[in-house]
Design a protein around this ligand. Structure first.
Ligand code: 9MR
Length: 385
């Protein structure tokens, strides 16, 4: 079913249409993030909570109207796709893919190879010794092949491998920066990353294949992780591994420093080495009054820092021609993963808990307006006028 929307105010507030005056939503209303991004070839995306899509009308309208690419927040992960070994459950992900097609959106597939959200039968089998490493590799190959084949032709970018590199706090990095404690690296060695790209490419040769991670575009003080990812990706490319792009997740926290300049430089460095780049999971969290359901920040200054960091990330993407999509990791605070993962933090998204746009939304919209149209020419600024 196509959603019909009518009025979208300057701040992106949606008003339901009763009928004939409704504008088609397939390309978003005029001031929507997606429409503005489209003018410069940039896709604006969101992670989608599949439980809300088509069941919460306002949520669904915003997804349709504001975004030109969608990422399933959870329903394409292995535990969702194969909760019981051999029984594949593509239903919820198929619904999102159908929705995206109806609304002229492209899909970022997320994610094929990760240490998290693995099916219980798999981790139990490996832990209990009933799945040995040879079997594990065959099971993984089947998983990637089955999933990519199922969605063949319907996925724009796949996050093939996710979060393989060590952070400063991880105790056992390998020589090239890969996390030696990663589940897959421990069992199958780091060559499994290249295998995953090859298997995905064999199943859908037209999908863009991405390596996805956090703190790999200027957020890491030493830049060691970004350096390691770049060197690794270049090595794969030279070895003929089908890797097209690098995704920086962009999960920021206002309590840490952040340099938009460093992000721009790192994104450009990937681009200069022949990779497409994408901001894949953008959000900016801060400390909140935890007793307040509205996720009000504890510090007034963070209500300025939060939209500022969004804007800096978008500008970094805008500055790099190979940056082809900018995706927020959920658009509303009510659905954010942040309060459940970081004690005392929230306010991470661009819409509030009641699905109203926040200053971060307006900042992104203004940045895109300027990128799309430039500033209006001044009149009356001449010496004699
Ligand atoms: O937002 C996702 C949350 O709903 C899940 O519970 C969580 C489980 O691992 O994964 C979250 O998404 C993650 C993404 O898939 C990969 N990068 C980090 C994201 C936030 O944890």
């Amino acid at each position: 079913m196509k959603l019909r929307l009518a009025v979208v105010g300057a701040a992106g507030v949606l008003v339901m249409s009763a009928g004939a005056a409704a504008a088609s939503t397939s390309h978003g209303s005029n001031d929507s993030l997606r429409s503005l991004g489209a003018k410069i070839g940039l896709r604006i995306g969101t992670a989608v909570n599949a439980n809300k899509l088509n069941s919460d009308a306002k949520y669904t309208e915003i997804v349709a109207d504001q975004f030109s690419t969608v990422t399933p927040e959870n329903v394409m992960k292995w535990d969702a796709i194969e909760p019981t070994q051999g029984t594949l459950n593509f239903g919820p992900a198929d619904q999102l893919v159908t929705f995206a097609k109806q609304h002229d959106q492209l899909v970022r597939g997320h994610t094929l190879l990760w240490h998290n959200q693995l099916p219980g039968w798999l981790t139990a089998g490996v832990g209990g010794g009933t799945i040995d490493n040879t079997q594990l590799k065959a099971i993984l190959k089947k998983h990637i092949t089955d999933e990519v084949t199922h969605f063949k032709g319907k996925i724009w970018q796949w996050d093939v491998a996710n979060e393989f590199f060590a952070n400063a706090w991880d105790p056992h990095p390998l020589a090239d920066g890969i996390n030696g404690d990663d589940f897959w690296v421990q069992h199958l060695g780091e060559g499994i990353v290249a295998d995953a790209f090859r298997w995905a490419h064999a199943a859908d040769p037209h999908a863009l294949l991405f390596y996805n991670d956090f703190n790999i575009a200027g957020e890491d003080g030493t830049n060691a992780k970004a350096d390691a990812v770049l060197a690794f990706a270049v090595k794969l490319k030279h070895a003929g591994v089908p890797i097209d792009g690098i995704g920086d997740q962009g999960h920021l926290d206002t309590q840490f420093g952040f340099s938009g300049t460093a992000m721009t430089q790192d994104l450009q460095r990937y681009a200069d080495n022949g990779f497409k780049v994408a901001l894949t999971e953008v959000d900016v969290r801060t400390f909140i009054e935890t007793t307040d359901a509205n996720q009000t920040p504890t510090d007034q200054l963070s209500t300025f820092a939060q939209p500022y960091e969004y804007s800096q990330m978008l500008k970094a993407c805008l500055a790099v021609r190979s940056c082809i999509s900018f995706t927020v990791w959920g658009f509303d605070d009510a659905d954010s993963w942040v309060p459940g993962f970081f004690v005392g933090e929230g306010y991470a998204d661009i819409y509030d808990v009641n699905l109203n746009p926040k200053p971060a939304y307006t900042d992104l919209q203004q940045d895109l307006q300027l990128a799309a149209h430039g500033a209006q020419h001044r009149t009356g600024s001449g010496a004699h006028s």
